[in-house]
Write a protein that binds this ligand. Structure first.
Ligand code: ADP
Ligand code: MG
Length: 613
């Protein structure tokens, strides 16, 4: 008896080749998921054809009508039937899939669209005496007919998925589909700032409602991109953005990245392009997160438009049917380039704060413009001021501490005319037991003392960490903290790293952790709160981050615990010392969570506020 015979399904058919219509429908499943993916293919075709203006129109979220009109080079009438047949393309000859310079190359989009809707292509090939048209409906291609069109190509897709109600059911509301279309168009518009785009909703007939419009930008790559980003992301983005231009072993990174203080509550303003192609790539998103991890809490997201370019041989774009993902030949190199370029730019931005808060609230606050000098005061020249405001507890290096330990007349003795010329000026007052008001030569500064101190602590912890580990200070009475088994095992696994951060913990019974030492630099802290915070951080981080990223994330948590809490009054020397240290510390313009630590108001702004100028 044949043991396997009963495994043959009764309805098994012999193997045979699927016909074109079926093959196209299958391909369409991958290529055309929703109206927005059809729009992506059509706009990419227009760009490949060298269009300088592209008009996109849709009705009912794209479900009943999609139309893309371009002024590109067009398609010769005799090639129209070929454009609709599978794997037919004018863009590659198939000999080298690792050397692709166009958006398209698979020759699948038009036949796929023809399989899932009623598709009409009207085109006039450059120099041809007249235009021609072809229609495909339910896989049936019609004859090529003469048509009226002065130049370029119009592709119209009606009743997408009407023949496949199952797929139609998966589409979302008209509004959601229209949103997805706008998203696709904006991404492509960023990739091609020299091309003009309009997006219209023609549901109501006629010219319709303009949903998005971007006129062609002029100038070099950076100017054009900046103009386009202003149109798409708004002027707040461009005012707060750093220009990025870096290169490493064949990979180049260009574009704009916003200061951490201009961050978003979701990853809605992260745009990546690889060789001009919009992608959603995990590697790049991860690199971005890594680069900003010092500056943003995990619920904030950096805003960027970044372009990786390289020899087409260094990246494979043929790993995804809709080409949304890519594979780098040297993933480590690509990631390293993104992380280092962004970190470098963030360092150069120094203590420049974002203008967003001020724009939103006061309207007149002036941004410190990119390119403003980054003040790096000689720390050695300020030895007595370094730690003066950390008076809550004796610090490891106490020289100079006593000098300002209590508010004293020394403040009056030392004329502050010099301080006035410093970037953050001379402290004049403290408001609401937190905010420091300082006077500068040409304006005033308002400092969030708590946020600033948190940042300084963090930077200090980091530099101690880099030297030889953070000095620890033993608790008089070790603190016992009860926790879940998961938290305990995560903490114990991290114990050697934590010890290096000045935090000594050990197991205590089955359900608690014993904290023996805390970082000396922070003085007296609530060890229970701190350890619970770190446990949360470890749980959130998972294994996704590198050891260095994890340590920095923990440090940032630790730093919060030693900071001046709102509600503590500072003496004048303490305030001035804080200002001076901010000037001397890189990244002091924003706290660990990406909020600004200070804002600046120039005299001219103040005068404007009062209508004096
Ligand atoms: P691919 O873009 O991968 O080549 P498509 O199915 O999207 O495949 O298009 C098939 C061919 O039709 C293209 O290679 C191109 O020659 C031509 N074509 C499509 N759209 C346009 C257009 N808007 N302007 C000029 N030619 C086009
Ligand atoms: Mg194409």
């Amino acid at each position: 008896m044949n043991a396997h015979s009963h495994n043959i399904p009764e309805n098994r058919r012999p193997i045979r080749q699927l016909d074109d219509a079926a093959a196209n429908r299958i391909a369409a499943g991958e290529v055309v998921e929703r109206p927005a993916s059809a729009i992506k293919e059509l706009v990419e075709n227009a760009l490949d054809a060298g269009a300088t203006r592209i008009d996109i129109a849709y009705a009912d979220g794209g479900k009943t009508l999609l139309r893309v009109t371009d002024d590109g080079h067009g398609i010769p009438a005799e090639e129209l039937p070929l454009a609709l047949s599978r794997h037919a393309t004018s863009k590659i000859d198939g000999s080298d899939l690792l050397n692709i310079h166009s958006f398209g190359f698979r020759g699948e989009a038009l036949p796929s669209l023809g399989a899932v809707g009623r598709l009409t292509i009207t085109s006039r090939f450059a120099g041809a005496p007249e235009a021609a048209r072809i229609t495909v409906h339910g896989g049936e291609t019609g004859a090529v007919e003469p048509a009226a069109l002065t130049r370029g190509t119009v592709v119209e897709l009606r009743d997408l998925f009407h023949a496949t109600p199952a797929r139609l059911k998966f589409l979302r509301t008209d509004r959601a589909e229209a949103g997805a279309i706008a998203d696709v168009v904006k991404r492509l518009a960023m990739a091609e700032p020299h091309v003009g785009f309009t997006l219209r909703d023609i549901s109501g007939g006629g010219e319709g409602k303009v949903k998005f419009r971007a006129d062609p930008e002029t100038g070099d790559m950076f100017d054009a991109l900046q103009g386009r980003l202003r149109t798409i992301l708004g002027p707040d983005f461009t005012t707060n953005a750093m220009r990025i231009d870096a290169e490493r072993e064949g990979y180049r990174l260009t574009g704009y990245a916003a200061l951490p203080t201009y961050s978003r509550g979701a990853a809605v303003a992260q745009f990546f392009f690889v060789n001009g192609r919009p992608v959603r790539d995990k590697l790049l998103i991860g690199a971005l997160r890594g680069a900003y991890s010092d500056f943003l809490s995990r619920d904030r997201h950096a805003a960027v438009a970044l372009f990786v370019s390289c020899d087409p041989e260094l990246v494979d774009v043929n790993v995804h049917p809709a080409k949304a993902e890519v594979r780098f030949r040297e993933p480590g190199l690509a990631r390293g380039l993104v992380v280092s370029a962004l970190k470098h730019a963030l360092a150069e931005a120094g203590h420049r704060a974002s203008t967003t808060v001020s724009d939103a609230t006061l309207g007149a606050m002036r941004p410190q413009m990119p390119g403003a000098p980054v003040y790096q005061m000689d720390r050695a020249s300020q030895p007595t001021l370094q730690r003066a405001y950390e008076f809550q507890q004796p610090a490891p290096d106490q020289q100079g501490f006593a000098e300002f330990a209590t508010p004293s007349a020394r403040f009056e003795e030392a004329p502050d005319t010099d301080a006035i010329d410093l970037p953050l000026g001379a402290a004049r007052a403290q408001l609401h037991e937190n905010y420091i008001v300082a006077q500068t030569r040409d304006g005033m500064i308002l400092v969030d003392a708590h946020a600033a101190h948190e940042r300084l602590n963090y930077e200090k912890l980091k530099s101690q960490m880099a030297d030889n580990g953070v000095a620890a200070q033993a608790l008089l009475i070790p603190e016992i903290v009860e926790m879940s088994a998961d938290d305990i095992s995560r903490l114990l696994a991290a114990a050697p790293d934590l010890a290096h951060l000045g935090l000594t913990i050990e197991a205590f019974g089955g359900n608690a952790i014993c904290v023996r030492e805390t970082p000396a630099i922070l003085g007296e802290v609530n060890a229970t709160d701190m350890i619970r915070d770190i446990a949360d951080e470890l749980a959130d981080l998972g294994q996704s981050q590198t050891v260095k990223d994890r340590i920095e994330a923990i440090l940032s948590r630790v730093a919060c615990h030693g900071s001046i809490r709102t509600g503590r009054r500072m003496s004048a020397p303490e305030m001035n010392a804080l200002l001076r240290e901010m000037e001397a510390t890189p990244y002091s313009g924003q706290c660990n969570h990406g909020r600004p630590t200070y804002v600046e108001l120039k005299m001219s702004d103040i005068e404007r506020l009062f209508g004096r100028s």
